[in-house]
Ligand binder design. Structure first.
Ligand code: AMP
Length: 194
């Protein structure tokens, strides 16, 4: 199994690259942001809880997020591997993911971080907000909060995997295909080592 954590701040291109990686490596894509948006659209109790956080650019509590992730993994155990996009975003989420991988006799292959400067992230998110209709992509204060939450709570996740030599940085600036090439060479190098 190849299990990738596609890591990076909001607007770094994780969703776009995940779609291409899914096709190339036949992996199952799990985006917790997409899972929450589906719950929000269907106005489920979980969706109503999630929207109160996502509308402010805050993280949904770990217990809720880990629960939704676990359910999605357990419903797809026959796949060749997973791409985790937007998860884990806190160290407790990373610990829960490691435990879940152990339970299914697997492990995280590597974490690949897409690195993009803050001003470019803000421009990309505002651009996306014009077409996606996502409220959290249309307000500069919410965007700034999401980038700050990434720095405070999510970067420690990369350090967690760096301690076991499984975290890598890829330059996220360039064309979609250029960034994709960089990602693939990193992933292939790492998957040969496991
Ligand atoms: P995203 O599409 O990944 O930017 O996620 C959109 C919003 O969903 C985030 O701003 C959070 O409110 C929530 N969310 C998504 N993934 C997570 C996560 N792993 N932990 C906590 N909240 C999350």
């Amino acid at each position: 199994m190849i299990n990738l954590i596609l890591f990076g701040p909001p607007g770094s291109g994780k969703g776009t690259q995940a779609e291409k990686l899914v096709k190339k490596y036949e992996l199952h894509h799990i985006s917790t942001g997409d899972l929450f948006r589906k719950e929000i659209k269907n106005k489920t109790p979980l969706g109503l809880e999630a929207i109160s956080y996502s509308n402010k650019g805050q993280l949904v509590p770990d217990s809720v997020t880990i629960g939704i992730l676990r359910k999605e993994v357990e419903a797809n155990l026959k796949v060749k591997g997973f791409i985790f996009d937007g998860f884990p975003r806190t160290v407790p989420q990373a610990e829960a993911l490691n435990q879940l991988m152990e339970e299914i006799d697997s492990e995280i292959t590597c974490l690949v971080e897409l690195r993009v400067p803050d001003d470019e992230l803000t421009n990309r998110l505002l651009g996306r907000g014009k077409t996606s209709g996502r409220a959290d992509d249309q307000d500069t204060d919410i965007i700034a909060n999401r980038i700050q939450v990434y720095k405070d709570e999510t970067i420690p996740v990369a350090l967690h995997y760096a301690q076991v030599d499984k975290a890598f940085i890829v330059d996220g600036v360039g064309s979609i295909d250029e960034v994709f090439e960089r990602l693939c060479s990193r992933i292939e190098e790492q998957s040969q080592e496991v």
